[in-house]
Design a protein around this ligand. Structure first.
Ligand code: ADP
Length: 419
């Protein structure tokens, strides 16, 4: 007998989905992450996270995609739903958090829902409805200059109100620290007063555990990945190693890196400094029409097996600027992503069974090239980056994947991951 699916999650971007899945696994749930709505059903897990790419698309499209995911999750038997948004609440007065949340609530018949991006372990806290990133208000953090979703107001009540039809209220920390019962009572009070959203303060994991218990009977929560730690307890689920268990790792080990973040450049240098085999990909060679993919695979093939190999386009900021000035940032990015994704697929076809991919966009491209539709989430390597196990439909093989977004991971990540 398979156990019922307890939690259905819709994430507005890919690495955010993994972050949420990782937190659920750490709290004891068995989790599958899907890339969009998959054609096949999911079974044998406690929660499913559907990864969309809906954070910055037009609001009506984000609503349509999210409702499609909700319909599928209900068909799978999920009873409670989680709309995962960014822990910096990335959005504009046009959405997409408000419009998507209201559409999901209407579909579920939910009278009120909680909203909190708090993730204290990651230094995101909410106090009196104001979101702090580390020691500063959201509006004083780097997010104020974000190219697509500049966050210039730290008041989540105001930000949420600007993009919602329903009224937005606040559950203050003095209520939250009192525990689940007062939180529940306050939410119902807000509902009676005509509110549709309750922004909830949270400063530490204990607050999130209280909140988790308080919302056990609510069909929808809108949150960052933090709230996830408080939900498994409602089903008698406790943290366990079993939740993170994957089939044994097999095959050669490789790293493909297209992230140019500071952290990734450190990781590339650390790998090379250990004397391990590494090959740099030159964007100008790709632009000149050379068979960079074929060359990289020919280089890697005889090396596979003994030790991990690294293929990277990662470069320091000056070099990236040089490439972008000559090739255009968008074109260069897309071209490099395509090449690295083809290399990832070629490596798996040649026997790589354990693959680390560095870079959010690069990971998206690699997963697409591999034909991965579902990822079973395993143990965490570093905060926010778990090992996953997936079927690569493009080549009919199973593979262990670690998809690392740019800034994550310690300097030795590319070797530590394989230990
Ligand atoms: P991160 O998670 O660090 O943001 P991404 O993979 O999301 O990493 O984004 C990195 C982008 O930079 C990708 O589009 C990638 O193709 C591009 N890129 C990688 N290497 C280079 C390079 N040497 N020059 C210019 N662009 C590059």
């Amino acid at each position: 007998m398979t156990s019922p699916l307890l939690l259905g999650c819709i994430a507005d971007d890919f690495t955010g989905a993994t972050d949420l899945a990782n937190n659920l696994v750490r709290a004891g749930m068995r989790v599958v992450q899907t890339i969009g709505v998959p054609p096949e059903p999911v079974a044998g897990v406690d929660a499913v996270v559907v990864a969309l790419k809906s954070r910055t698309i037009p609001a009506p499209e984000a609503v349509a995609q999210s409702l499609h995911a909700l319909t599928w999750l209900r068909e799978q038997g999920c009873r409670q739903f989680y709309f995962k948004v960014c822990s910096t609440f990335d959005s504009t007065p046009l959405g997409n958090i408000g419009p998507v949340a209201e559409a999901l609530m209407d579909a579920l018949g939910a009278a009120i829902c909680c909203v909190t991006p708090a993730f204290p372990e990651n230094a995101r806290t909410v106090y009196k409805g104001y979101l702090f990133v580390g020691d500063v208000l959201l509006s004083e953090s780097g997010m104020r200059n974000h190219p697509l979703t500049p966050m210039t107001d730290a008041s989540l009540v105001r930000v949420m109100q600007a993009q919602s039809r329903g009224k937005v209220g606040l559950v203050e920390h003095k209520v939250v620290r009192g525990g689940a019962a007062p939180i529940h009572a306050r939410i119902r009070q807000l509902q009676d007063e005509g509110h549709r959203f309750a922004v909830v303060d949270a400063l530490d994991n204990e607050d999130l555990m209280h909140l988790g218990r308080a919302i056990a009977d609510m069909p929808l929560v809108v949150a960052g990945s933090g709230v996830a730690i408080g939900l498994p307890q409602n089903h008698g689920i406790r943290p366990s190693f079993a939740a993170a268990e994957l089939p044994p790792a097999q095959g050669a080990r490789a790293v493909v890196s297209g992230s140019c973040s500071e952290a990734t450049n450190r990781q590339v240098n650390d790998f090379i400094g250990r004397g391990l085999p590494a090959l740099a990909i030159d964007p100008f060679e790709i632009a000149a029409g050379r068979d960079v993919v074929g060359q990289a695979l020919a280089w890697a093939a005889p090396l596979l097996g003994e030790q991990p190999v690294l293929v990277y386009s990662s470069a320091p900021p000056e070099a990236v600027r040089g490439v972008q000035e000559r090739l255009g940032a968008g074109d260069a990015g897309a071209m490099v992503e395509r090449a690295l994704a083809a290399i990832a697929l070629g490596l798996v076809e040649r026997g790589v069974g354990q693959l680390v991919v560095a870079g959010g966009e690069t990971s998206g491209a690699a997963v697409q090239a591999l034909g991965v539709r579902q990822l079973r989430i395993g143990p965490q390597i570093d905060p926010g980056v778990p090992w996953c196990h997936a079927r690569a439909e493009a080549c009919g093989r199973s593979v262990h994947l670690a998809l690392k977004s740019g800034n994550f991971g310690t300097a030795d990540f590319f070797t530590k991951a394989f230990r």
